[in-house]
Write a protein that binds this ligand. Structure first.
Ligand code: HEC
Ligand code: HEC
Length: 317
């Protein structure tokens, strides 16, 4: 009886991946040349699109929409915990040169697109590396080139704690990246899909169960996230269903973001009893209107999913 129990436990650990090697090759021996074009494209993606400078900086949760605090760009330290829907406690690491100067470009690229840290630790996909793996190699090179130029900020971040069984399963998540390609802007839906993927919208807008997105609910919202400043918020349905963005015009969608592209929008103190939002509105607000429009076009092309969501249930909208 006991032997069977031991066998069952051993088998489940094996199937959870405890003994499995991580399916990602050694970091490639690449040197990313810093060209002005790459630095410009990298700045745009890191600071306004792909969330890097949002997650890897400290956000001010006392301000509505939690813009990032000056002087923390790339220094890490934001926490993701169970209240926020994360199966454990994970801190965003420091990605300024103060932390990454000893990493080769190949190692940085492997972390961003395959989810393996310099020392071989499998990263938890709070960072949407499966998304970044579908970006073009040139865009990833631009991101790496740009983060090499961030101001070095020394900041040590506590180690992560993942709950069982994710602490084992995490080993099965990293995978060898196959880069995609950047579609022409004239191919509106494909280009919009690329930008939506690069911006990680699905990350918060698809509900998760046991650390995995619920299939068939892509972009349908209803992912509940607890806020460090109190209360909880549900992500919105952004599919073209009437419980989603069916009634939104393209211009209205673009304006919802662009109206926040100014210093005043980044300085609205959170009122007493007001619940904050994790959606980095002010970060995305500086995305080019053309790219926001392309995201809208793509979102209008995906299956409409019925899922009525009350964003702030405690406030009874
Ligand atoms: C949603 C939040 C989020 C976004 C967006 C994000 N990251 Fe991360 N990143 C993290 C977290 C959290 C970790 C650590 C995961 C872990 O320890 O399991 C991480 C890990 C890393 C690492 C490995 C660092 C180390 O010490 O192991 C690098 C490099 C990195 N991110 C760079 C980037 C870049 C570049 C981008 C944008 C293309 C980006 N990240 C976007 C949250 C994020
Ligand atoms: C970090 C999590 C997160 C990310 C990333 C995120 N969102 Fe959201 N989003 C939310 C939450 C939570 C809400 C509901 C609260 C609010 O309105 O801010 C929301 C609300 C929305 C709304 C509805 C706003 C309204 O007025 O009804 C739209 C539209 C939207 N998001 C689009 C997007 C798009 C497009 C992206 C990618 C460019 C994106 N979101 C990325 C969390 C996120």
């Amino acid at each position: 009886m006991k032997a069977i129990f031991v066998l069952v436990v051993a088998f489940s650990l094996i199937s959870c991946g405890i003994f499995l090697p991580i399916k990602v090759d050694k970091a490639q021996d690449i040197v990313v040349e810093l060209t002005p074009e790459r630095l410009e494209r990298g700045a745009y993606l890191v600071e306004h699109v792909s969330g890097c400078a949002d997650c890897h900086s400290q956000r001010d949760w006392s301000i509505f929409m939690a813009p990032t605090k000056a002087g923390t760009n790339g220094a890490g330290g934001e926490v993701f915990n169970e209240e926020m829907g994360t199966p454990g406690t994970i801190y965003a690491p420091n990605i300024t040169p103060a932390a990454l100067s000893s990493w080769t470009d190949g190692e940085v690229i492997r972390a961003i697109v395959s989810g393996v840290s310099k020392d071989g630790t499998p990263l938890f996909p709070i960072m949407p590396y499966p998304n970044y793996a579908r970006m073009s190699q040139e865009d990833i090179f631009s991101i790496v080139a740009y983060i090499r130029t961030l101001e070095p900020i020394p900041n040590d971040v506590p180690p992560r704690k993942l709950n069982f069984p994710l602490n084992f399963i995490v080993r099965t998540i990293p995978s060898q990246a196959e880069f995609g390609s950047l579609p022409y802007k004239t191919d509106a839906i494909a280009y919009g899909k690329y930008m939506t993927n690069a911006a990680g919208c699905t990350d918060c807008h698809t509900p998760m169960e046991k650390g995995k997105p619920v299939s068939g609910m892509e972009f349908a919202g209803g992912f509940t996230m607890g806020m460090v400043s109190g209360g909880a918020v549900n992500s919105a349905n952004i599919t073209p269903h009437k419980t989603g963005i069916k009634s939104w015009s393209r211009e209205g969608f673009i304006q919802r973001f662009k109206a926040l592209d100014n210093p005043a929008a980044r300085a609205i103190p959170l009122a007493e009893n007001q619940i904050n939002t994790p959606m980095p509105w002010t970060y995305y607000a500086s995305m080019e209107a053309e790219d926001l429009g392309a995201i809208y076009d793509y979102l209008r092309s995906i299956p409409a999913i019925e899922n009525p969501v009350i964003r702030y249930p405690e406030l009874k909208e």
